[in-house]
Design a binder for this molecule. Structure first.
Ligand code: F6R
Length: 606
């Protein structure tokens, strides 16, 4: 969380920093701030509670020729949303922005007797003040000493008052990427901020210091200060991918991008009609030799794992466990060297997922990461990586990343079935051929978006909504409920339909919206009985089935039919339906679709 950008070069830094922060706002939008060297070489700080637009307004009329500066958009952790707590923080010679959490900031406050100096409640200011105490004119020595004192996670960008034109940065866990471009030197928390300037970049290695000058970006070993050379990476995202391109919101654009993202993720991995991960460097042995699969992720990515479990277990006949990453870390997980641990993360930076993956590696398990952001920490540290090719996902509510995570998981399921002898080549080919039918099915549901728009008038005035389904229908209902609650603020819960009568049905009363999905032929009749139970208690039933499903005329208040893809693939067109319902609900309530309250994309704090 928290977006970071730094720039030094020939361009006007103030404008560039504010534009960069606007692009990074999905990382946090409690406050924003910039610091830059003015032409008189003095550092000026401007910070403002609220979104980047408020900062931009605060900067208007301040005309400076600035060519070097840092900017920050905050997701509050320590200390409330106030101007004092906004970054950058200044202490003596030091001006600093921070992403992460300094866990021992209380101890540092006492050790360095900072109590009377602090003007904010943040852990970040403590780091700035400690750094200033260490600074005797040599940034490298001071940063080395600071890092030696810190516990927690951090990505810092630092200006030293007597070093105009220079930016120093260091990180542990929290991401930073940097590049030297034709327009100068840029550093940021996310690739999206670099895309306007370059497609070549490097990930700032942990344990190294980066110095940016208008002429160069150089990394140095934190201990020896010897120059280092991190590998250069390229990204094939372009500016269009990070813009709205005529859509009113990133979320709607990203929903529309799903069929393309699916093709980009699936097609390069098909060879002679079979799934093939040769180009990904994934060794079939990890699929063949495992005795169980353990999927670890958070939020939407974890919900993708829940769907995968319902598909993989019956197919592979081995245990497939899904664990929330933040829980996994503090369990004593039942995994070993015969476990295939699949971690799923759009950003590749979610700290709980990363820590869980590191733990799994300590247990000797094979790790396979399904990640969208190339070169992210999880991608780099995982034994194997399967990149999804969704392009940048900017809306805080994940949509296209979910679909492509599922696509990757279905490919893995098919490959595993093949190498474990559960599928013949012919069966695998049939699976994939039918799988590809989901792409036109998703396209169709996107075209029929007005149907979902009509649904929301029956939802937005209700404080609650329930999603029910069985089996796979339940697994993706979890995601439908999450989508609705995070952007419409309607309390939404998903239940296994058969479980309702064990308590929750007490909440069903007149006109309470129930979004019921029944797409699985083998349990269709059972699901219908559960729908009847809620209908009998006055629920407003929005029923989703496959085309051709036989439904009693009086059962559904609204009936949405998806194309009749094979049962195990219904999640794909339904994902579109549920995303659009959430989107239009948020819109109908006049809320901020792309940046819902209290949230941020890429959760890099525990
Ligand atoms: C919800 C959402 C989150 C993320 C979760 C994991 O719409 O986006 O629940 O799925 O924070 O993030 P990644 O996939 O980046 O690890």
């Amino acid at each position: 969380m928290c977006g970071i950008i730094g720039y030094t070069g020939p361009l006007e830094a103030k404008r560039l920093l504010i534009e960069g922060l606007a692009g990074l706002e999905y990382r946090g939008y409690d406050s924003a701030g910039i610091a830059f060297f003015r032409t008189d070489s003095k550092i000026q700080v401007i910070k403002q509670v609220g979104k980047v637009a408020a900062l931009k307004e605060a900067c208007e009329g301040i005309s400076v020729g600035s060519h070097c500066g840092i900017g920050h958009t905050r997701w509050a952790t320590h200390g409330g949303v106030t101007n004092e707590n906004a970054h950058p923080h200044q202490a003596g010679q030091v001006t600093l922005i921070h992403n992460g959490i300094i866990e021992n900031y209380h101890q540092l406050t006492e050790e360095f007797q900072l109590q009377d100096e602090l003007v904010s409640q943040t852990d970040s200011e403590v780091a700035a003040r400690v750094l200033d105490r260490f600074y005797q004119g040599d940034p490298f020595v001071a940063i080395q000493k600071l890092v030696g004192k810190l516990e927690g996670s951090y990505g810092f960008c630092i200006l030293f008052a007597d070093r105009p034109g220079e930016i120093y940065a260091v990180r542990s866990v929290s991401p930073l990427v940097a590049a030297y471009t034709h327009s100068g030197a840029v550093i940021a928390s996310d690739l999206t901020a670099l895309i306007p300037y370059t497609q070549s970049y490097f990930v700032v290695p942990e344990g190294e210091i980066v110095r940016l000058t208008p002429y160069k970006v150089q990394t140095y070993d934190l201990q020896t200060f010897a120059k280092t050379q991190p590998p250069v990476m390229t990204v094939n995202w372009n500016m269009d991918a990070a813009m709205k391109n005529g859509f009113p919101h990133f979320m709607l654009k990203e929903i529309h991008e799903q069929p393309e993202a699916m093709k980009n993720t699936i097609l390069p991995r098909l060879s002679k009609g079979l799934p093939d991960f040769t180009d990904d460097g994934i060794d079939d042995e990890i699929f063949r030799s495992c005795t169980q699969v353990h999927i670890i992720a958070c939020g939407t990515a974890m919900h993708a794992g829940m769907v995968a479990k319902t598909v993989m277990e019956p197919l592979l006949r081995i245990p497939v466990t899904v664990t929330i990453a933040s829980e996994f870390r503090y369990q004593q997980p039942l995994i070993d060297e015969h476990t295939l641990v699949i971690v799923i993360s759009q950003s590749g930076e979610t700290i709980d997922t990363l820590a869980a993956m590191r733990l799994a590696r300590e247990y000797g398990s094979q790790t396979l990461a399904i990640v969208n952001v190339k070169g992210s920490t999880i991608a780099r540290e995982s034994g194997y990586v399967l990149y999804t090719h969704a392009g940048p996902e900017i809306a805080v509510a994940s949509t296209k990343a979910y679909s492509v995570q599922l696509a990757a998981l279905y490919l893995i399921a098919c490959r595993m079935a093949l190498v474990r002898g559960k599928y013949t080549k012919e069966q695998a080919r049939t699976f994939l051929a039918e799988f590809l039918d989901v792409i036109p099915a998703m396209e169709e549901m996107i075209k029929r978006r007005e149907e979902m728009k009509a649904v929301v008038t029956h939802i937005i005035n209700s404080p609650d909504a329930f999603f029910i389904g069985r089996g796979l229908d339940y697994a993706f209902s979890l995601e439908g409920a999450l989508k609705l609650k995070e952007i419409s603020y309607i309390h939404a819960e998903a239940y296994a339909a058969g479980e309702l009568k064990h308590g929750t049905i007490a909440l069903i009363s007149d006109q309470v919206p129930v979004i019921a999905t029944a797409t699985q032929d083998n349990i269709f009749a059972k699901s219908m009985s559960n729908v009847r139970e809620v209908k009998a208690r006055g629920a407003f039933v929005i029923l989703i089935t496959k085309e051709g499903a036989k439904v009693d005329g009086d059962l559904a208040d609204i009936h949405i039919m998806i194309p009749a893809v094979r049962d195990i693939f219904t999640v794909f067109p339904i994902a579109v339906v549920l995303q659009l319902i959430a989107y239009y609900a948020s819109l109908g309530k006049n809320l901020d679709v792309d940046q819902p309250r209290n949230l941020a994309k890429s959760v890099t704090v525990e």
